[in-house]
Design a protein around this ligand. Structure first.
Ligand SMILES: [Zn+2]
Ligand SMILES: [Zn+2]
Length: 455
């Protein structure tokens, strides 16, 4: 049976309580010593299907694939949202867009929400963030709870230093007097598509557009949104994206290797949304809810985490309750999560705690209209459009979401649509809420320009 959103949240909270350290028979001290260092890595705009660990054949991600090999790969993981700001707010609070209420870039995270960093900080962890994306920055309140928040922007001069700074921090782990929590949010593979030249060449072999005559036009996903690209340009845009992924994979390889060599680190690698390349007529991200737009990697690695691939649906709103449970940290007083702790399941596939649906949202093109919403339940995914049209796809049989199977699952579809309409009603008008306003300074605006969002 499908629960109403309120019932589902209540159930999720109960599930979380069941696995919280106060109720657990596990020894919290033992857990904490296992996961003395927690690292959350977000590669912006990474549609999971481009990774070898998710069966992509092009070899753009050897370091991530090697890292994933001894970890647990959730191969059906969904971001809560399809653009950076609401998606990062979800990751940092365990709440869906309809509850954290950060929908458009005039808004910042409300003070009533407790963040992941605040929770780790209250538990005595040394917290630090290294962020290259403006929509994950202090301009939107997303630095809350970090003792150290290094925002280096999207521009090359700041960006090139980020991974060195993270490696310096990892090098201090052995002598650290406190446990640590580190959040790393890297710009690539987000556009501009500006791969390292050798990697651009590798993923653009035998391509008639290898001479680069269309590169400027294709560099920014946002500029492609309204375009219907000819097939060669469409394929070349994917080459550039793949090169961008390979570039960040190469840059991040030493960090992943250093973390994988530790038996006291818990590492989660994920993304905030995907990227569309015309699979369903759209480009970029933000307004679609297709697999390309919302499927993200979710890879867990650490002592005690089983290795393998798990196809049960998971969400980025599960990350916060799961990390807190893994480190035996009590949820903040009064906190509610829209996700569940995946911890029992991460250790034992028979212990799947997922009972309810996973809610998804995308941006309405004019922001103030009804949001586009989706619901995942088991193999099925329903999408409800603002004009009330809806489709159902079977992700178990049709990973690319090409076929509407609503006629084959009428009862389930009707129940999922009821849930989706409740969700959509909860999102109505949120974009007009300006109680907590964002603060963009000149540097942030320059970074938006570097990302192609301001011309
Ligand atoms: Zn993003
Ligand atoms: Zn090409």
């Amino acid at each position: 049976m499908i629960r109403s959103p309120a019932m589902w949240v209540a159930t999720a909270s109960l599930l979380l309580l069941a696995f919280a350290p106060g109720c657990s028979k596990r020894d919290p001290a033992a857990l904490e010593s296992k996961y003395r260092h927690v690292v959350l890595i977000v590669l912006d705009t990474l549609h999971a299907a481009h990774l070898g660990a998710y069966d992509d054949p092009h070899g753009a991600s050897p370091a991530i694939d090697a890292f994933a090999r001894d970890g647990l790969v959730f191969d059906r993981a969904f971001s809560n949202h399809t653009w950076t700001l609401p998606s990062t707010a979800s990751l940092m609070t365990g709440r869906i867009q309809e509850r954290h209420r950060v929908v458009v870039d005039a808004q910042a995270l409300g003070k009533s929400l407790t963040t992941l960093a605040e929770s780790f900080g209250s538990a005595g962890y040394d917290t630090a963030a290294f962020v290259q994306m403006v929509y994950a920055s202090q301009a939107f309140g997303l630095d809350r709870g970090f003792e150290r928040f290094v925002y280096s922007g999207a521009r090359e001069e700041g960006r090139s230093a980020t991974l060195g700074q993270v490696m310096e921090r990892v090098a201090t782990f052995d002598g650290a007097s406190r446990p640590t929590f580190t959040y790393v949010h890297l710009r690539r593979p987000h556009s501009p598509y500006d791969p390292a030249p050798d990697l651009r060449a590798r993923f653009c072999r035998e391509c008639p557009l290898a001479d680069g005559r269309h590169d400027d036009k294709l560099r920014f996903a946002d500029g492609l949104k309204a375009t219907k690209l000819p097939p060669l340009q469409q394929a070349h845009a994917v080459h550039l994206y793949r090169g961008n992924l390979a570039t960040i994979d190469r840059e991040i390889a030493p960090l992943l290797a250093a973390l994988a060599a530790r038996d006291d680190a818990l590492v989660v690698l994920t993304s905030d949304h995907g990227e569309e390349f015309g699979e369903h007529g759209l480009y970029g991200h933000g307004v679609g809810l297709t697999a390309a737009a919302i499927d993200v990697p979710l890879i867990w690695r650490g002592t005690g985490i089983r290795a393998g691939v798990d196809s049960t649906p998971a969400s980025t709103v599960d990350v916060m309750p799961s990390l807190l449970a893994a480190c035996a940290i009590d949820a903040p007083p009064g906190a509610e999560f829209d996700g569940i702790s995946l911890l029992p399941w991460i250790r034992d596939p028979a212990a799947n705690p997922r009972k309810g649906p996973i809610p998804l949202s995308a941006r309405h093109p004019d922001d103030l209209g009804l949001p586009l919403v989706g619901v995942v339940l088991g193999d099925l995914k329903a999408i409800l459009l603002p004009d009330d049209r809806a489709i159902l796809v079977d992700r178990g049989r049709d990973r690319a979401e090409r076929q509407d199977v609503s006629g084959l699952h009428r009862d389930a579809f009707a129940r999922m649509l009821r849930y989706a309409r409740d969700l959509r009603a909860g999102g109505r008008g949120l974009a007009a809420n300006l109680d907590d306003a964002s603060r963009l300074d000149d540097d942030h605006l320059a970074d938006l320009k570097a990302l192609g969002y301001v011309r």
